[in-house]
Design a protein around this ligand. Structure first.
Ligand code: NAD
Ligand code: GLY
Length: 349
C-alpha cells in the first residue's frame, strides 16, 4: 500500500534590497538584533536610532570566523527561548558575513523557521553574503558544511557602515565585486578598471551593480542547481589555499583573489581566455592591494585537497573558468594533466 503526499509548492520568497542610507523601520513584533562587540561598539547606537519594535533585544556574539559554530547558534536560540520569541518574531543580522550567515541559520531553525532581515556592515557581506539566502555555520569537518537556504525578508545596505572597515577587509570585499564583474558583466569590469572605489558615489554604484548581478543569478537559480555555482569563481582554488594556510594567512576574499588568478591561468591554458584579459584581472586585483601570487609547497597535496570542496565529487573537480571577461563556464571536465600543469606553474621552483 502507498500513501501519497501532494506537496507541489508555489512559494513567493521575493524581497527588496535597499542600497541607501538606512531608513527608519518599525517592526510590529518582537525583534532580536544579532551582532558582535566590534560592530556594536561602532554602530549599534546608530542602528537603534533607526529601528523600533514591539520589544527589542540585542544578542552579542564573539567576533571571528572561529565562532561561526554551534555554540554561537545555541547562544542565539537560547536567548530567543528566554525572551519567549514566537513564530512571528524577527531577527536582524547586523554585521559581516559571519553574523549574517549565523543569524539566517538560527532564523531558519528556530521553531522551524522565522523571518530575518539583513543589515550587512562589511563590503563582502553587502555585495555577496547578505543576498541570496545561503545561511549556515562551520563544524570540525569544514566551512559552511551545515546550513539552510533561508531568504531574508529584506536587505538594507548602507555604505556608511563601510567608513569604519579596516583596509584589508575592504579589499577582501573588492575581490567579490571583481568576481561578479569577470563572471557576468564586462561593462561593470571596465567601470571598475577606471573607477576609484574610495569615492562614496562610485562605491555605491559598484555595490549596486554587484548586488544586481547577484540578484539576477539567485533569481535564476536559487538553490545552485547550475548557474549560481559560477559565483564560486576563484573559490575552488581559494578554498584549498585557505585550508593549506589554516585560515590564518589570508582573509577569504584574499584567497579568492589568488584563486581567480589561478583559474584564469587554467582558462588561458585551455584557450578560453586571452593572456591579456588574465593580466587585466590581475591588475585590477592589485589596484586594491589584493594578493595575486602564491607558492604551492606540495602540488600533489593541493590537488587532493580539491576533493574536500562541496562542489566536487569523489572523482571530479568542478572548475569555474572565465570565457574572456564577462562570461564563464562551469566544468568538471578538465583533465588531470591540465590541472597539474597549472598547479606546477605555482609550485616551488
Ligand atoms: P566577518 O563577518 O568576519 O567580518 C570581518 C571583520 O570586520 C570582523 O572582525 C567584523 O567584526 C568586522 N566588521 C564588520 N563590520 C564592520 C564595520 N562596519 N567596521 C569595522 N569592522 C567591521 O567577515 P566577512 O568578510 O564580512 O564575511 C565572511 C563570511 O561570510 C564567511 O563566513 C563566509 O563563509 C561568509 N559568506 C557567505 C556568503 C553567502 O552567500 N551566505 C557569501 C560569501 C561569504
Ligand atoms: N557566495 C556564493 C553564493 O551565494 O552562491
Amino acid at each position: 500500500m502507498q500513501v501519497h503526499i501532494e506537496l507541489k509548492k508555489v512559494v513567493d520568497d521575493s524581497y527588496d534590497i535597499t542600497i541607501d542610507t538606512l531608513p527608519k523601520i518599525h517592526f510590529d513584533t518582537k525583534v532580536a538584533v544579532v551582532t558582535n562587540a566590534t560592530i556594536s561598539k561602532l554602530h549599534l547606537d546608530y542602528l537603534l536610532s533607526k529601528i523600533s519594535a514591539k520589544e527589542l533585544h540585542v544578542i552579542t556574539l564573539k567576533d571571528g570566523e572561529e565562532y561561526k559554530n554551534q555554540e554561537s547558534i545555541d547562544t542565539i536560540l537560547n536567548s530567543l527561548f528566554e525572551h519567549r520569541f514566537n513564530r512571528k518574531s524577527m531577527l536582524i543580522a547586523f554585521g559581516g558575513g559571519v553574523i549574517g550567515d549565523m543569524t539566517g541559520y538560527a532564523a531558519s531553525i528556530y521553531q522551524r523557521g522565522i523571518d530575518f532581515v539583513q543589515i550587512p556592515t562589511t563590503l563582502l557581506s553587502q555585495v555577496d553574503a547578505s543576498v541570496g539566502g545561503k545561511t549556515g555555520m562551520n563544524n570540525k569537518y569544514g566551512k559552511n558544511l551545515v546550513g539552510a537556504f533561508h531568504q531574508p525578508r529584506a536587505v538594507y545596505i548602507d555604505p556608511y557602515f563601510l567608513t569604519t572597515l579596516p583596509e584589508r577587509e575592504f579589499g577582501a570585499g573588492v575581490a567579490e565585486v571583481v568576481k561578479m564583474a569577470v563572471t557576468f558583466n564586462k561593462d561593470f569590469f571596465e567601470f571598475l578598471e577606471s573607477a576609484d572605489l574610495k569615492k562614496p558615489e562610485i562605491l555605491q554604484e559598484a555595490i549596486k551593480q554587484a548586488v544586481q548581478t547577484k540578484a539576477d543569478v539567485v533569481s535564476a537559480d536559487e538553490k545552485e542547481h547550475g548557474l549560481r555555482a559560477a559565483l564560486n569563481y576563484g573559490h575552488t582554488f581559494g578554498h584549498v589555499i585557505e585550508n593549506e594556510t589554516a585560515y590564518k594567512k589570508f582573509l577569504h576574499g584574499e584567497a579568492v583573489a589568488i584563486g581567480m588568478v589561478m583559474a584564469n591561468e587554467m582558462a588561458v591554458k585551455m584557450n578560453l581566455m586571452s593572456e591579456k584579459e588574465a593580466l587585466r584581472v590581475k591588475a585590477l586585483l592589485e589596484k586594491y592591494n589584493l594578493p595575486t601570487s602564491y607558492i604551492i609547497n606540495d602540488v600533489k597535496n593541493f590537488y587532493e585537497t580539491f576533493f574536500l570542496d562541496k562542489k566536487s565529487s569523489d572523482s571530479s573537480i568542478t572548475f569555474i573558468l572565465p570565457l574572456g571577461i564577462g562570461d564563464v563556464v562551469i566544468t568538471d571536465k578538465v583533465d588531470v594533466g591540465t590541472v597539474m600543469c597549472v598547479l606546477n606553474k605555482f609550485g616551488k621552483a
